[in-house]
Design a protein around this ligand. Structure first.
Ligand code: IVH
Length: 339
């Protein structure tokens, strides 16, 4: 029996509406509807899909709940290795100036002033998302950079990760980014764990990493995970933008969450200003960062600079001085052990 047109239209409308609310909630932190209203729309879609099985498409928000538990996570070989970034240990302004000087030595002084994409260094778990004809078909962890783990089922439960890209996405596009937790979500999650007598986590990063590598996607679905895209891997059927900055703009247009604190800057002064500004902002960010990242902006120059061991020559992570914190000892428990 074919599906009545009205039901099909309503299902499409509900899907678009639910995904829009997901974006408002997770990307813009400005929900328009209450959780109860969201649940009402969600349940209406579930009911429609139950009535008409043909309406249940793989990109429906109802398909984010998590399927059956897996016996193990399968290995995935990355088509392009997932690299790490060299860390600049000099946390002062001179750290940024060193990087710029090194790039100019490699590229020649005539390249000055060099343009850089300056970004936050998110402190979570690196992830590769493969979109084929706009549909999310596979998600993999970084692993050792060559072989990661297939975590597609788990990643599908993360509501800020689109199951389908908007606009005219490439035939194949691998999006790379970081899965993480906001500090306040983490605190709340840990309190719930404690109240339920379950395992507590030491920080948002551990908690996010554990959640993504779960065997039971229903457990992942209960964790407040978020995602920011910071780059691409494989891209087929796409005219590559000329710069890292434009790549991120394009990803944003495809509906992927890209953090707004990114900036294209010029020369060492631009890097230093960005490093200082983010340093001052750091405490106010809702999530932890592990410093900032500078990337030579032009992809052509990135190709010219190439790689060295497992790290690109065109990028560096610039950290901040370790923060001193005052810790109050609230109690000491003395226990007598076997010996
Ligand atoms: S780019 C250029 N950009 O840092 C090499 N990585 O050591 C490819 N990370 O675990 C990575 N924020 O997941 C890049 N804005 C950012 C990042 C970022 C966090 C993580 C990445 C990886 C580690 C690299």
């Amino acid at each position: 029996m074919s599906v009545p047109k009205a039901a099909r239209l309503r299902a499409e409308q509900l899907r678009a509406e639910l995904e829009r609310h997901n974006r408002l909630y997770y990307e813009q932190d400005s929900p328009e509807v209450s959780d109860a209203e969201y649940d009402r729309l969600f349940r209406e879609l579930v009911a429609l899909e139950e009535q008409h099985a043909e309406l249940r498409s793989s990109d429906s928000p109802t398909q984010r709940v998590g399927g059956a538990p897996l016996a193990e996570l399968e290995p995935v070989r990355h088509e392009l290795p997932m690299l790490s970034i060299k860390t600049e240990t000099d946390t002062e302004d001179s750290g940024a100036a060193n990087f710029d000087a090194r790039m100019l030595r490699e590229l020649g002084a005539q390249a000055a002033p060099l343009e850089y994409a300056a970004e936050l260094k998110f402190d979570g778990l690196a992830i590769s998302l493969l979109y084929e004809d706009g549909l999310l078909t596979r998600a993999a962890t970084r692993g050792d950079g060559e072989v990661g783990e297939n975590v597609t089922q788990n990643v599908r439960t993360i509501r800020s990760i689109p199951l389908r890209l908007r606009g005219k996405p490439p035939a194949r596009l691998e999006v790379r980014g970081e899965i993480f937790m906001n500090r306040s979500d983490f605190e709340r999650f840990n309190q719930r764990q404690q109240a339920a007598g379950l395992k507590q986590f030491v920080n948002p990063r551990n908690s996010a990493a554990g959640a993504v590598r779960q065997l039971d996607p229903k457990l992942t679905a209960q964790r407040p995970l978020r995602f920011f895209a910071y780059g691409i891997g494989v891209a087929e059927g796409w005219k590559l933008p000329p710069t890292q900055g434009k790549v991120l703009d394009a990803l944003e247009e495809f509906g992927l969450p890209v953090n707004g604190e990114r900036k294209v800057v010029k020369g060492p002064a631009g890097l230093i200003e960005y490093h200082r500004r983010v340093g001052a902002l750091r405490e106010k960010l809702p999530f932890d960062i592990d410093g900032v990242v500078y990337k030579v902006n032009r992809l052509e120059l990135q190709r010219e600079l190439g790689f060295e061991a497992r790290e690109p020559r065109w990028a560096v992570a610039h950290k901040y001085p370790a923060q001193e914190e005052v810790t109050e000892v609230v109690g000491i428990e003395v226990q007598v052990g076997r010996t």
